[in-house]
Design a protein around this ligand. Structure first.
Ligand SMILES: Cc1cc2nc3c(=O)[nH]c(=O)nc-3n(C[C@H](O)[C@H](O)[C@H](O)COP(=O)(O)OP(=O)(O)OC[C@H]3O[C@@H](n4cnc5c(N)ncnc54)[C@H](O)[C@@H]3O)c2cc1C
Length: 159
């Protein structure tokens, strides 16, 4: 580890520790063969509301954790400026988002794949959704068994 003020050199520098940046950093770290630097504009994700479902309502207009962007006024929105807030914190917008989870239609994914996007078809997407549900979502519902069985939750999320 270098001392403060000393220049450091990394194999990969990722600007933005939001959803995409954090995933890329994690995948590169798992490969284990290179040094990685993630530069994040915002603070760490320690605020309690970040970790409470629907807590984002309390943070979404807090400029300590968001970039309070607005659209340009335009005729289609009656000259108004519409808030287009973005997360400015470790985890990015995923730290201040609503946890809503929707899967697309089978035909949408397969159309993407047919247009040349290898790996974006329904079968590949299903495998990733299955992993997300098994690893991240079902453990949350462990506590409410047997009122809501894990099978019912998985069926609702995966179809
Ligand atoms: C209020 C809100 C609610 C949402 N609700 C949902 C939901 O319920 N379900 C859902 O699926 N999606 C939701 N989304 C969308 C979802 O969170 C985003 O699509 C997703 O987080 C985008 O990921 P990203 O990596 O592209 O950007 P982000 O996650 O926003 O990450 C960008 C990161 O880059 C950092 N950054 C920016 N500029 C710089 C710079 N110059 N230097 C260093 N760092 C910088 C930012 O601080 C941020 O951490 C919501 C988004 C918002 C804003």
């Amino acid at each position: 580890m270098a001392r403060m003020g000393q220049p450091q050199v990394f194999d990969t520098v990722i600007v933005g520790g939001g959803m995409a940046g954090s995933i890329v950093a994690a995948r590169l770290a798992e490969a284990g063969d290179r040094s990685i630097c993630v530069i994040e504009a915002g603070p760490p994700d320690r605020h309690p509301w970040i970790h409470i479902p629907a807590g984002y309502i309390k943070l979404v207009y807090n400029p300590a954790y968001t970039f309070p962007f607005k659209t340009e006024p335009g005729p289609g929105i009656a000259g108004r400026q519409i808030a287009t807030v973005q997360g400015r914190v470790l985890g990015g917008s995923s730290s201040i988002n609503g946890f809503n989870y929707n899967r697309g239609q089978r035909a949408d994914y397969d159309t993407w794949a047919q247009r040349g996007n290898r790996g974006w078809g329904y079968a590949e997407e299903y495998a990733i959704s299955r992993h997300v549900v098994d690893a991240l979502v079902l453990p949350i519902f462990e506590g409410v068994r047997p009122i809501l069985t894990l099978k019912v939750v998985a069926r609702a999320l995966l179809g």
